[in-house]
Design a protein around this ligand. Structure first.
Ligand SMILES: NC(=O)c1ccc[n+]([C@@H]2O[C@H](COP(=O)([O-])OP(=O)(O)OC[C@H]3O[C@@H](n4cnc5c(N)ncnc54)[C@H](O)[C@@H]3O)[C@@H](O)[C@H]2O)c1
Length: 304
C-alpha cells in the first residue's frame, strides 16, 4: 500500500531539485515525494544520485534521476527537457546545489576557488531559474521556485566571503524574481538555514576539474596548514551540531503553506538580522542629519 499523501496542493505536480543526491536536497525530494509530487533529482555525483533514486523508488515515490552540473546551462536545459518528456509539466524548481568553498584569509584567496563557488552557488541558481521558469509559466497553473541560500546570505561571514557573497546574491535574486514572477502565480522563496547536518563541509569532493587541482595549488607554511585543518574541524563540528535535514524539509513545507518569501529554520538567528537592521537604521539616521543630502528626505522614490 502506498504511504504517499495525495490530497494536497502538491500532489500530481512535478518538482526538479538540484543537489538532491544527498543532504538537504535529498530530504526535500523525500518530503515533496511523500506529498505525491513527481520528483526529478539532479546532481553532479552520479553514484550518489543512483543510490538516492533507488531509495526513493523503494518509498513508492515517482522519481527520475538526471545528471547535472548546475554550473553548465546546457545541462539544466537537458534536465528540464527530460522532466517534460517524462512527467509532461514542471511546477517547482528547488535550486539547492551549493558548495562551501575554501575558507581563508583575504590574502590567501584562491581566485579559481572563488569562481567555483560563484559558478555553483550563484550562476547555478540563475541557470536553474532561466531553464525552468519558461516551463513553469507555460502551463499557467502557477508553481514554486525555491532558492537555497543560508543565514550566511543575511550577514557577512569572516574568512568565508565567497560563500557569504553568493548566498547574499541568492537572497537578492529571490527578492527580484518574486516580484517579477508573481503575475504568473509563481511563488519565489529563499531558504536561509543555519547549520544542518549534511556533508557541506566536504564540498571539495564535488569540485569540477575545470577549477584546477585541489591539492598543491599554493605553498603553505606548517602553521598555516595547521590553522586550516583546525578551521575545517571547527566547520565539521558546527555542521554536525545542526538540525536534521528531514526536519528542515518539513519546515519548508510548513512555511510555503503561509507563502513565506524568506524561509527561516532557526528562529534563534533573528538577532543576526536585528543587528544588521540596527546598523542600517543608524546609517540612515546619519544620512538624514547630513547637511549634504538631508534635503532628499521627502523625495518620491522612483519605481515604488
Ligand atoms: N548544511 C548546512 O549547514 C547548510 C546551511 C545553510 C545552507 N546550506 C545550503 O544547502 C544546500 C545543500 O547543501 P547540503 O548542506 O545538503 O550539502 P551536501 O554537500 O550534503 O549536499 C550538496 C549536494 O549538492 C551536490 N552538488 C555539489 N556541486 C554540484 C554541482 N556543481 N552541480 C550539481 N550538484 C552539485 C552534491 O553532490 C550534493 O549531493 C547548499 O546550497 C548549501 O549552501 C547548507
Amino acid at each position: 500500500m502506498s504511504l504517499l499523501h495525495t490530497n494536497n496542493e502538491y500532489s500530481g505536480k512535478t518538482a526538479l531539485i538540484s543537489g538532491a543526491a544527498g543532504g538537504i536536497g535529498f530530504a526535500l525530494a523525500k518530503e515533496f515525494g511523500s506529498l505525491g509530487m513527481n520528483i526529478v533529482i539532479a546532481d553532479i555525483d552520479e553514484a550518489a544520485l543512483n543510490e538516492a533514486q533507488e531509495t526513493l523508488l523503494l518509498q513508492d515515490i515517482n522519481v527520475m534521476a538526471c545528471k547535472l552540473d548546475v554550473s553548465e546551462y546546457s545541462q539544466w536545459q537537458d534536465c528540464v527537457t527530460q522532466t517534460l518528456a517524462k512527467f509532461g509539466k514542471l511546477h517547482m524548481v528547488i535550486n539547492n546545489a551549493g558548495v562551501g568553498g575554501m575558507p581563508g584569509k583575504i590574502e590567501q584567496t584562491d581566485n579559481d576557488l572563488w569562481r567555483w563557488v560563484v559558478d555553483v552557488n550563484l550562476m547555478g541558481v540563475l541557470y536553474g531559474t532561466q531553464a525552468a521558469a519558461p516551463a513553469i509559466k507555460k502551463h499557467g497553473e502557477g508553481g514554486w521556485i525555491i532558492n537555497v541560500a543560508s543565514m550566511a546570505g543575511m550577514m557577512g561571514v569572516p574568512y568565508s566571503s565567497a560563500y557569504a557573497a553568493t548566498k547574499a546574491a541568492v537572497v537578492s535574486m529571490t527578492e527580484s524574481w518574486a516580484v517579477e514572477l508573481k503575475p504568473h502565480n509563481i511563488q519565489v522563496s529563499v531558504l536561509c538555514p543555519a547549520f544542518v547536518k549534511t556533508r557541506i563541509h566536504e564540498s571539495l569532493r564535488n569540485k569540477q576539474s575545470k577549477y584546477g587541482p585541489t591539492q598543491g595549488r599554493k605553498k603553505f607554511t606548517d602553521e598555516e596548514r595547521q590553522k586550516f585543518k583546525k578551521g575545517l574541524n571547527q566547520a565539521a563540528a558546527l555542521v554536525e551540531s545542526g538540525i536534521a535535514p528531514e526536519l528542515l524539509a518539513k519546515r519548508v513545507v510548513e512555511a510555503l503553506g503561509t507563502k513565506q518569501q524568506y524561509i527561516f529554520t532557526h528562529p534563534n538567528y533573528r538577532q543576526v538580522t536585528a543587528y544588521k537592521e540596527a546598523l542600517i537604521n543608524k546609517a540612515f539616521d546619519d544620512a538624514q542629519q547630513s547637511e549634504l543630502v538631508k534635503h532628499l528626505i521627502d523625495d518620491d522614490i522612483p519605481m515604488l
